[in-house]
Structure formats: C-alpha cells, structure tokens
Design a protein around this ligand. Structure first.
Ligand code: PMP
Length: 347
C-alpha cells in the first residue's frame, strides 16, 4: 500500500498474478504483471511519465506548455494524467478506428483530442505526422514522439524490469511481450538480460504487423489484420531497435479470442486484446520450453478498453471470427508443434 499526493506517484510498482489455469495446463508458472493497475489503466503511464520527466529535466519542455502526441489511446491517457499533474496541457491525436473507450478517457481527463482517419504511415495525414506537424506549428507545443523518444524504453529499464526481477526473486526464465513502439520489450529485455543473460525474450506479434517478418527475414511484411490496438508496426523505430529478442511468434486473432474467454472463465481475468496476445505468446513459449519455467508477461491495459471489440460478438462476427470456440487443449497441442511459425534468433 502506498499513500500518494499525486496520481503520478502511483505509476509503477504493479502486482503480478499467476495465471492458475494456464500454469497448471503447462507445468510452468505463468505470471501476468498487472499494468492495468496504473492510474491511467495501462503500461503506457510509465513511458508517459519518463518522457515528460526527462524533457522537463533537459529544459526542452517547460510548465505551461502543451504536450502533443499521436497515440492509439493509452499513451494519450497516460500523458494526459502526467501533463495535468505537472502543470502542462495535453493534445492527443488519435486515429478514429480505435476503441471509443480510450477516446472517452482522454477527454475525461480534460485533454484535447483530435481524431484523424486511419491511413498508412506514408500518408502525410497519418496520426503520427499530424501530431508532429501540430507540434511544429507552435513554440509552446512539445512533441512526445513515443516511437523515437527512447525515454520510453528507459522507463522500463529503470522501473518495470527491476520490478519483474524483484517479484520473481530473479527466477524469471522467459519474458514475453507484444510491441507497439517497442519501449516495453526494449527496456525490459535490456534490464533482464543485464541481470541474467540466459533470460529468453519472446516477441508476440498480431496479424497485420510486420515485426515478426522483420526479425525472420529482415523486411516488414504483413498479412491480414487484427482487432488488437496500439501494437504491431511496419517500420523500425528507435525504441524497438534497443530490444533484445530471442524468439518471435505471430498469432491470429482467433487464438486471442479463445484464450480471452478461457482465462475469463477459469481465472476471472478479463484481458485486453494486447494482453490476450501476450498470454498466447506465453502459452506458446510454455508449450515449447516447459514444464518448470517461470514466464512473465503483462496485462498491458484494462480489459474494459477492449469491450467494444474483443468482447463484442457483432464486431467479432463482422471480422469473420468463429465464435464457436475450440478447447484450449487443441490450441496447446498446435503450439507444441512449433513448425515454421516460431522464429528463433540464429545462435
Ligand atoms: N498494449 C497496449 C494496450 C498498448 O496500448 C501498447 C502501446 N500503444 C502496447 C501494448 C505496446 O507497448 P510499447 O509501445 O511499449 O511497445
């Protein structure tokens, strides 16, 4: 328990919960670190705090100024809280196909919100370029730039990684993470490998993202799409560059759907979509490397933020997903046969 004076003093120091059902099924200890406990409900609070603190310390950001950021939502929520706490304003630019739950939260925190049509990165109207151009338009605007600003990864090197090390008493064998900017996987992998070079770092990537293909064959190629938000990317950014990845797997939305319902029913945990992908990645790693491993991954945000997509039958049907779910044992059997699906870093 902590007694704080500002919400930002409660960022980090999140609890972990052992996912009993999947741990028993695989003979591994599969832990979820509950980043949903952060004041803004997601792991991005950590990056938001570090980016703003570092910019204030360097003098490029000063009280009274406005923080501008292009975001799938969670970073915007985190920045809104940090900005307000430190005497700054916040302007978030979001693509309009993200869940309304996140748009609403940014506005509830009193931040300005600008939504733009979702377009490919090469289009000048992409949310990233829109935020950059807005920030350049005024001297009192400051662009957080979570993709290239490595204070993002530093947040995890300084806080999340050490917490995982402490919470597992140094026993973590496998660390599993999705990547959006790559800040999470970079900072944690750097810290954990510094403590123990044998810790295995797994990246788990949704359909529609090119990270898996980039690791495997050196170029960003993507197939299909995903209902996940804020993760997956089609270009190499500074934060991801720092990641030290040993293995990667690309997993389909159908698996995330099945796993989210299984964990809800067996463990009373409602996962957000990127957290479902994290746990699917943990199951994949456990299937190939268990039993007996300690595996850590994240509940990246509140499950409620995925209510309108992952937990909405009409939406799922419109994406062609099958609501008649197969038993998890079938998924585990498929995961035990890694075949070509899993990439391992050449030794
Ligand atoms: N999960 C969720 C729900 C997110 O919003 C994000 C970031 N947008 C991530 C995971 C990925 O985190 P990172 O940017 O550190 O790679």
């Amino acid at each position: 328990m902590r007694n704080a004076h500002r919400p930002i003093d409660l960022i980090g120091q999140t609890d972990m919960i052992r996912v009993r059902s999947l741990s028993e099924l695989t003979g591994c200890d599969i832990w979820l670190k509950l980043e949903s406990q952060n004041p803004g409900g997601s792991i991005k609070d950590r990056a938001a705090l570090q980016m703003i603190q570092d910019a204030l310390a360097s003098g490029e950001l000063e009280p009274g100024m406005t923080v501008v950021e292009g975001t799938a939502g969670n970073t915007g929520i985190g920045l809104a809280i940090v900005a307000r706490s430190l005497g700054l304003n916040m302007l978030a630019v979001m693509p309009n196909d993200q869940s309304p739950e996140k748009e609403r939260m940014i506005s509830l925190h009193g931040a300005q919100l600008k939504t733009v049509d979702p377009v490919p990165f090469r289009d000048d109207n992409h949310f990233y370029h829109t935020a950059r151009k807005l920030a350049e338009s005024r001297d009192d605007y400051w662009w957080a730039n979570q993709f290239e600003n490595t204070s993002n990864a530093r947040a995890h090197y300084l806080t999340t990684g050490p917490e995982i090390w402490q919470q597992t008493n140094g026993a973590v064998d496998i660390f599993v993470s999705v990547a959006g900017t790559g800040g999470t996987i970079a900072g944690n992998s750097m810290y954990l490998k510094e403590r123990n070079p044998d810790v295995q770092v797994w990246l788990t990537d949704p359909d529609g993202s090119g990270i898996y293909s980039f690791l495997k064959q050196g170029e960003y190629v993507a197939n299909g799409g995903s209902f996940t938000e804020g993760i997956g990317i089609m270009r190499l950014v500074e934060n991801f560059k720092q990641a030290r990845v040993d293995a990667a797997v690309n997993l389909p939305d159908q698996d995330l759907l099945a796993l989210s319902r299984y964990v809800r029913d067996q463990d009373a945990i409602v996962l957000g979509s990127s957290s479902a992908l994290n746990l699917a990645g943990a199951l994949q790693a456990a299937a190939l490397h268990g039993p007996g491993k300690t595996i850590v991954t994240f509940a990246c945000d509140l499950g409620e933020r995925s209510a309108s997509k992952l937990y909405n039958k009409d939406y799922l049907k419109s994406r062609g997903l099958n609501l008649d779910l197969k038993p998890i044992s079938e998924m585990l059997a498929r995961y035990r046969d890694s075949g070509e699906r899993v990439w391992y870093k050449p030794s």
